[in-house]
Design a protein around this ligand. Sequence first.
Ligand code: DQA
Length: 147
Amino acid sequence: SRILVLNGPNLNMLGVREPTHYGSLSLEQIEQNLHKLAASHAVQLDFFQANSEEKLIDKIHQSFQHVDFIIINPAAFTHTSVAIRDALLAVSIPFVEVHLSNIHKREPFRHHSYFSDVAEGVICGFGAQGYEFALQFALTFLIKNGI
Ligand code: DQA
């Protein structure tokens, strides 16, 4: 089965960007860790990061019938993007929403997500490990659903 890990704006700056909120690992290091975790499973793992809504939406559309599960950190678009939410609904690919930081512990404008009510689950506040938890869930989910 095929899993896509999607990351939104500014996450290409991980490692140098506000490490107290987002930790010291780069996105590349996070992706390498996920690769290691996936290695023992019959799963194809793809990664995509973009800073624009358009690129993220196009990637989601291209995933239609090509991807079985999405792990997404929509970053700042979490709090603004009806369009990315609608793209995920359009392709109806199950997904988990991940945030490195605990968004509920931060500014009120980060407390609302346009994704949580349509996600299989939401993980936040566990740093880079959150992606690993999401991947573990995805692997179980795909087996359970025979995908
Ligand atoms: C984030 C939280 C968002 O509020 C923020 O805009 C980000 C990253 C996180 O991973 O904690 O860019 O999604």
